[in-house]
Design a protein around this ligand. Structure first.
Ligand code: RAM
Length: 921
């Protein structure tokens, strides 16, 4: 051994300047899961010219921690690892295996970057190099675009819709492109005002749907990049685009004043070809394209649905042989700098699942209803026999009436109906292109009545932004498991390019309040960091001059503000940072956070803020009947959220080391908290407001606005209010998410269990008892006894109350981040209620984390998994007669375990990465 060390020392002396003296140990497996920025694996058309790099230490490696790393990046794979021409980080002493900032050569549009990483473990042994990862930038500047915006001239006598606006017929656009021999690489860069599908030689390009997605279009439009190297052939190729109205030109909003004529759709694309001989060619969309509005898609809008006339099909329209002599020429407009064109920074919507029909009924003669068993978002796929020119009507509903008929009133003005006009008798397979619906039931009429419908006729194609599930929760309680399922489906249905309030009625907007309460839960369920980052960019773009954040983003409503909604601007960046550990999200959003505080400050009078708010939206049993904003006064909410936003901005300032801001914000927070306490609480800790609301107390305690000596008194009043409601919640959108953390903070999770497991109104299980398969907008959107809730606001797919998920994962199952990004994990379950088992797993930035417990009598078994390069604090409840054992030994007697708390109520200790099993008995 001595001799070996001597040799190594010698080697090091010889190669002082190199890192080759490191001990290689075959058990230190190379890092895996290489990703750039917010979790992208080998992306092309990538948006970020200043990316960060992340990797994971493999489970099964002898490495449990990282002590140093080295990243190399090059413009060509054969330069790696030894001749990195773009960047060689050198050996960097750091345990950080995530979000390491690129610091090499400036990267430009189209740049291809190959990279590898190696790391040194806890024994300073170096791993082999990782496999090679890759990214390729998209077109980063508007000046990269030689293609022009193209579209057909407006129709001469267009039909008008019910609101006096032009009915937009989808445009089919095409062009023949000549390609020489020897294509090495081909990229299609493409976007639209409106939504598009691209076709090359008759085949759809990519699996993305509803692209480019929804952003503040007057400021930024996203662009997509596709690798079409394989799809191109030598000689002539046909490139086709179908263009629909989408969000850009279509009707969006919940009130008539929002349904004005919008600009008409346009398309933009650029095919770039690199040949083997080194030549490079750009073919942009231009006036030489031809187009037609006489295709089978007669109309397609999000709210109202799609009309497809098969008689108007022009087969093979996107292939070379098609005769487009009767098609019109398009007009072109050059790309200018008014609207930023930027690569899409999160994954597009796609078909993520297909649901089968579970039952077919015929509540009215000839109208068959197909039940997919699950409220979902997307489109139907129909495979049905039809008769020539006999129109098939496809209607949608989330719920059925008592008599089995479709309940569609809650769609409000959204017609949400698709029509198919057959060109011949026979069997068709069809799905809509440019619309989506929120539904569980599909009703068909107009098919060939000679056939008997069966479940194979209809399936549901589930659309959502392409995220993968990262978190799983299970328990011994069926209704709690159903609740988790409903939360997951609420997320799937409303993560459709932007976070929406609901996916089915004439709304589907990016409501900021709903999003901020649900964000922590969403960050557990799916890998949605990029999804949120992208939406936060839209939020920054939509922030007004005064610092106000509109209550919907993208904003379609003019200048608006609502406290509790606007605070998405501080809450979401902070929640993402805490769950990922990436300071980048705070850096990107810090100015927005501060500007929001500026808005509040400008409205504050003696630190009290009385501005518009939707309040504790849809709180049950309001004292003033029909008051949808609940019993908590708007100035209390405004001031509480002002303080909340200050406190989160303060934390961000600390992380970003902005010392002056830290000082100023600490003192401001202190002033606002004091003002809040003085105004809204009397000496006994009772609310001084007209009505005592659970939410008033929850905000005071949950946002830390009460001085230490008052806390217990205030909490007593909260408990009284809960008890007066027979342990039911009396909270709406803003108050509900605070129940669990506040009760937990005061050691009353028993009370939270009681509220959560209530079966009667209002409660989570109440809606499950009424048949819910998603989260509902109201606790009683429907009941078997009273039927449907108020139709003006009655969505059966509204994720806000799903915010309880956070407590289920973090406290029932006991898996949470103790330090940002799960670098330190807290395993601290609170077994309670009727549960005897709960489990959560989560794909953290460092790898899989798990916490699972089983309880039988007084014995608690807890298993947990802690990934490499992290550590954990484990905290279990015990009583004076219990001991904690690990693999049969008393934990107290184990030298390698550091005990940090040991008393009659809690036992807490620290552990290193690994898989553990403990028993409390
Ligand atoms: C409703 C939306 C949303 C809510 C606002 C105040 O129309 O559905 O959920 O945030 O109102």
């Amino acid at each position: 051994m001595k001799k070996r060390l001597l040799n190594i020392a010698l080697a090091c002396l010889i190669g002082v300047l190199s890192v080759s003296c490191d001990i290689k140990n075959a058990d230190v497996l190379p890092p895996v899961d290489l990703m750039v920025s917010e979790g992208f694996k080998n992306p092309i058309g990538f948006y970020d010219a200043k990316p960060s790099f992340s990797w994971k230490i493999q489970s099964g490696s002898s490495a449990t921690a990282q002590t140093a790393y080295r990243i190399v990046a090059a413009s060509s794979p054969d330069l790696l690892p030894d001749n990195a021409d773009l960047w060689d980080s050198g050996k960097i002493d750091s345990d950080q295996s995530v979000w390491n900032q690129y610091a090499g050569q400036t990267l430009n549009s189209r740049q291809q970057v190959y990279w590898q990483v190696q790391f040194w473990d806890q024994n300073k042994h170096v791993s082999a190099w990782s496999e090679m990862a890759y990214f390729e930038l998209g077109l980063l500047q508007n000046s990269d675009w030689q293609g022009k915006w193209i579209s057909l001239a407006p129709e001469k006598n267009p039909a008008l819709d019910d609101y006096g606006n032009i009915v937009i017929k989808p445009e089919y656009l095409r062009k023949i492109i000549k390609v020489h021999q020897g294509v090495k690489k081909a990229r299609l860069y493409i976007t639209s005002k409106g939504i598009f599908e691209a076709y090359l030689n008759g085949e759809k390009v990519g699996n993305d749907l509803l692209t480019p997605g929804y952003t503040p279009y007057s400021k930024r439009i996203e662009t997509l990049t596709y690798d079409v190297t394989e799809q191109l052939r030598d000689g002539e190729n046909a490139l086709g685009i179908i263009l629909g109205e989408g969000w850009y030109s279509g009707r969006m909003g919940w009130s008539k004043d929002m349904w004005k004529q919008k600009p008409l759709p346009k398309a933009l694309c650029q095919l770039e070809i690199t040949y083997a001989n080194g030549t490079f060619e750009i073919i942009g969309s231009d006036v030489a394209w031809k187009g037609s509005r006489n295709g089978p898609l007669r109309y397609s809008g999000f709210y109202d649905g799609e009309i497809y006339d098969a008689n108007m099909e022009f087969p093979k329209w996107a292939t070379v042989g098609f005769n487009d002599a009767s098609w019109e020429s398009v007009s072109e407009i050059a790309v200018n700098s008014d609207v930023k064109l930027a690569p899409k920074r999160h994954r597009a919507v796609t078909i993520k699942k297909e649901l089968e029909t579970i039952a077919v009924t015929e509540p009215t003669k000839g109208a068959f209803v197909f039940d997919l068993g699950q409220n979902m978002v997307g489109v139907p796929k129909v495979q049905i026999p039809v008769k020539k020119n006999q129109k098939v009507t496809i209607r949608f509903a989330e719920m059925l009436q008592k008599d089995g008929q479709m309940y569609t009133e809650n769609y409000r003005t959204a017609k949400s109906t698709d029509y198919y006009i057959p060109k011949a008798d026979g069997l068709i397979t069809w799905q809509p292109t440019f619309t989506f619906h929120g539904f569980r039931y599909v009703e068909l009429t107009g098919f060939d009545e000679n056939a008997v419908p069966d479940s194979s006729w209809v399936s549901g194609l589930v659309y959502y932004s392409d995220f993968e599930q990262t978190g799983i929760f299970r328990s011994s309680h069926d209704k709690l498991n159903q609740l988790q399922k409903n939360i997951e489906w609420g997320m799937r249905g409303n993560f459709l390019d932007i976070p929406t309030d609901c996916p089915q009625r004439d709304e589907r907007m990016g409501w900021t309040g709903d999003a901020q309460v649900f964000a922590p839960t969403a960050m557990f369920i799916g890998d949605v960091y990029a999804f949120w980052s992208s939406w936060l960019e839209s939020m920054r773009e939509d922030q007004d001059d005064e610092g106000g954040i509109p209550f919907i983003v993208p904003n379609e409503k003019g200048k608006t503000f609502s406290s509790g909604w606007a605070d998405a601007a501080t809450v979401i960046p902070w929640e993402i940072y805490f769950r990922t550990g990436d300071k980048g999200v705070l850096e990107e959003n810090y100015q927005m956070m501060k500007k929001l505080l500026g808005f509040y400050q400008s409205k504050a009078v003696n630190n009290i803020v009385n501005v518009n708010t939707f309040g504790d939206w849809l709180q049950p049993f309001p004292m003033e009947k029909e008051n949808q904003r609940g019993d908590t006064p708007k100035d209390l909410i405004g001031t509480a959220y002002y303080a909340r936003s200050i406190s989160l901005t303060l934390k961000a300032a600390e992380v970003l080391d902005k010392q002056e801001d830290v000082k100023a914000l600490s003192s401001l927070l202190n002033d606002v908290s004091k003002a809040f306490e003085n105004k809204y609480l009397d000496k006994n800790g009772k609310l001084t407001t007209q009505y005592e609301s659970q939410t008033g107390y929850l905000m005071a305690l949950g946002f830390g606005l009460v001085s230490d000596d008052m806390k217990a008194r205030v909490f007593k009043h909260l408990v009284t209010q809960i008890e007066l409601a027979d342990n039911h919640l009396r909270t709406g959108f803003l108050g509900t998410p605070l129940l669990a953390p506040v009760l937990d903070q005061f050691g009353r999770s028993d009370l939270m269990y009681s509220i959560l497991f209530k079966e009667t109104y209002p409660s989570w299980f109440y809606s499950i008892n009424q048949g819910a398969t998603t989260m509902w907008e109201r606790w009683n959107s429907y009941s078997h006894k009273d039927g449907f809730g108020k139709v003006s606001m009655n969505s059966f797919n509204h994720y806000a109350y799903g915010a309880i998920g956070q407590w289920m994962y973090e406290r029932i199952a006991g898996l949470q981040a103790l330090e940002p990004g799960y670098k330190k994990i807290l395993i601290a379950p609170i077994p309670g209620g009727p549960l005897h088992f709960a489990k959560a797993t989560y794909q953290s930035p460092y790898g899989l984390v798990m916490s699972e417990w089983k309880k039988s009598g007084q014995v608690l078994d807890l298993s947990f998994v802690i990934p490499s390069n992290t550590s954990a604090l484990v905290k279990v409840p015990i009583n004076e007669n219990q001991q904690v054992f690990m693999d049969g030994s008393l934990v107290r007697s184990l030298d390698h375990i550091k005990i940090v708390e040991d008393n009659d109520a809690n036992f807490a200790f620290e552990v290193k990465p690994g898989t553990y099993q403990i028993t409390v008995k």
